[in-house]
Design a protein. Sequence first.
Length: 116
Amino acid sequence: QVHVVESGGGLVQAGGSLRLSCAASGRTFSSDTMGWFRQAPGKEREFVASITWSGGNTYYVDSVKGRFTISRDNAKNTVYLQMNSLKPEDTAVYYCNCRSLGISYWGKGTLVTVSS
C-alpha cells in the first residue's frame, strides 16, 4: 500500500511559478514511477510528467516541455514539479500518481489556478 499526498498549489498570475510536492509513504520500491497528472474543468485527466525513482528518467507532455521540471528526493520519498512560465491553460487540479508493482496510487489533488 502506498499513500501519496500533494501540496503546493495555489493562485498565481500568468508568467509566474509554483512548485508542487508529492510525498509518498508506505511500501515504495526503486522500480516505482512517480508522475503528475492534471484535470482541468470539463476535461479529462491528462498526463503531465513522470520520473523513475531509480534512474531518474523523466518524461513530459509536449505542452509543458521547457516550462515544467519534475525531480525527486529519494531520501525524503518526495517528488517535485517545478512549474515556470505558467499559463491560464495550466489551470487544473494536479494529481500525484505512484505506480508500484503494477498498481496506481493517487493523491487527492492540489488546485493550481493561473490568472491572466
